[in-house]
Ligand binder design. Structure first.
Ligand SMILES: Cc1cc2nc3c(=O)[nH]c(=O)nc-3n(C[C@H](O)[C@H](O)[C@H](O)COP(=O)(O)OP(=O)(O)OC[C@H]3O[C@@H](n4cnc5c(N)ncnc54)[C@H](O)[C@@H]3O)c2cc1C
Length: 456
């Protein structure tokens, strides 16, 4: 009997499935959440792959110059919120002089050292890392994802896995499956920012100016006398705004913060609203404008603030930072009210104490703290990582299901690491106890995370 076309297609499909790599866990994205997930999965003995579209491991902390790690402690600095794998990575970065803990307990990084340390760890853990590999196809069978496709210079490659973790930051897997995603519909604009580094700043002159003109500028100093952060006050910020023709954040947040190198600062001020974050043309336009803003702002600093006269723009981030893009639709959605009320959950897997970041076209950026004050924190529930209607897919980091304002709190780097570790640990437990991800006992997951040094 001859084979029907369907039989022939099936034969080739089987060939492809047998031939393609099959993993226990495939992680999409290698930002803090993806690193947290992949490194934890590999440490727990799972065969792990990471698919990353850019040419660097580390996501925003390497390519995007999001070099100040917030969220490790509550905003008053009194309570530690993240531990586990995060502490191990920071320890390694500190050994290589790539991380500096500031007086306010945030951590400044050097992105080159972060790439070195993360790359070395991935190799030691025998993780298969595919760079330059954009995941642009997802295949499902019933309620499970069977494989993903990624595009690279050689065309398409198919990769199979038992469990997938979407740490793409933009809920790409859910979008590709056609599941509902949030945030992009919720927000009228996305804000694209282009952090840049300024080197050659005379910190003594800068501190002297701040002491003489406290109405214009304040600096926060570390124990070793280094200027760790710069805050700009209204008269100077308004003058800068007029000179540079773009808004600057005014208030109690830092506008420039030190890297671990003397005289070097990162500035995240250049910022522009984007209607469609996925549009290549809009990204080009945003990159153009924010680059000009970076040069204009640096020129303003050079000509108006002592200490910057001999400074230079060292470089800008290799990628635009986009805030709330898309998040997945999951069993639970974290709301602005949850964050404001410092809510704790029966299935809480990580803590978060970072304020919500609110953007207004006219007012610029402002920060909303929890009602209980700067010493409080809320929990990220496991339910906000369980993708609705798919049994073997979790999300971590920025993809976590949350209202736009709530997402601006959870997305901090430290919490993103913690949610990645929680997703991988859930995957490990589901293999160990032959349980579906959605049937996992939250207490078992919480207990296992605590054994790994995580703070819940
Ligand atoms: C303007 C701005 C400033 C910030 N500043 C700070 C700060 O000072 N301190 C702080 O703690 N946090 C800060 N953050 C937040 C923090 O940088 C991020 O939210 C954090 O990196 C989130 O981690 P993530 O792993 O979820 O996402 P990301 O770091 O964005 O990583 C996602 C990774 O997935 C890859 N990827 C995306 N799509 C695909 C695909 N389809 N296929 C393959 N790979 C894919 C990306 O290339 C990227 O490497 C800032 C965020 C913004 C927007």
């Amino acid at each position: 009997m001859g084979k029907s076309p369907a039989h022939i297609i099936k034969f080739f499909q089987c060939f492809l499935i047998d031939w393609m790599e099959k993993y226990d866990v495939v992680v999409v994205g290698s930002g803090p959440a993806g690193i947290g997930a992949a490194f934890s999965a590999a440490k727990l003995g799972l065969k792990t792959a990471v698919l990353e579209k850019s040419n660097f491991i580390g996501g925003r902390i390497t390519a995007g110059y999001s070099l100040l790690i917030d969220g490790v402690y509550t905003e008053d600095g009194a309570t530690k919120l993240v531990g586990g794998l995060f502490d191990e990575i920071i320890g390694k970065l500190q050994k290589e002089n790539g991380a500096r803990t500031n007086e306010d307990k945030s951590i400044s990084l050097r992105q080159e050292v972060a790439r070195l340390v993360l790359g070395t760890m991935a190799a030691e853990l025998k993780i298969d890392v595919y760079l330059g590999s954009l995941v642009d196809g997802v295949e499902t069978e019933g309620t499970e994802v069977s494989s993903v496709y990624f595009s690279g210079k050689n065309g398409w490659t198919q990769v199979g896995s038992k469990i997938f973790i979407d740490a793409s930051g933009d809920a790409d897997m859910e979008s590709l499956i056609g599941l509902g995603t949030l945030a992009s519909e919720e927000e009228k604009h996305h804000y694209a920012r282009l952090p840049f580094r300024i080197a050659g700043v005379d910190e003594a002159k800068l501190a002297d100016f701040a002491a003489k003109s406290p109405d214009k500028l304040s600096v926060i100093k570390g124990k070793d006398g280094r200027v760790e952060a710069v805050q700009m006050h209204e008269p100077l910020a308004l003058a800068a705004q007029q000179s540079c023709k773009f808004q600057l954040p005014i208030g109690d947040r830092r506008i420039l913060y030190a890297t671990p190198s003397q005289g070097e600062f990162v500035c995240t001020a250049p910022r522009i609203a984007v209607q469609n974050f996925a549009s290549g043309y809009e990204k080009y336009y945003a990159a153009e404008i924010t680059t000009r803003e970076a040069f204009a702002f640096h020129w303003f600093l050079k000509s108006s603030v002592p200490g910057f006269a001999g400074s230079r723009i060292e470089d800008t981030a290799h990628e635009l930072l986009l805030g709330n893009t898309r998040s997945a639709t999951c069993e639970y959605m974290i709301t602005e009210a949850d964050v404001a009320a410092s809510k704790k959950f029966y299935d809480g897997i990580a803590r978060c104490g970072t304020p919500m970041e609110l953007h207004d076209e006219k007012q610029g950026v402002s920060y909303k703290y929890p009602e209980a004050g700067k010493g409080s924190w809320f929990q990220v529930p496991y339910g906000a990582m369980e993708v609705k209607s798919i049994d073997n897919l979790l999300v971590a980091g920025r993809c976590i299901c949350a209202e736009a304002a709530a997402q601006s709190s959870i997305r901090n780097t430290a919490t993103s690491f913690a949610t990645g570790q929680a997703a991988a640990t859930a995957a490990y437990l589901s293999f160990k106890f032959k349980t579906k991800l959605k049937k996992l006992d939250p207490k078992l997951l919480q207990g296992t995370l605590k054994e790994q040094g995580c703070i819940i």
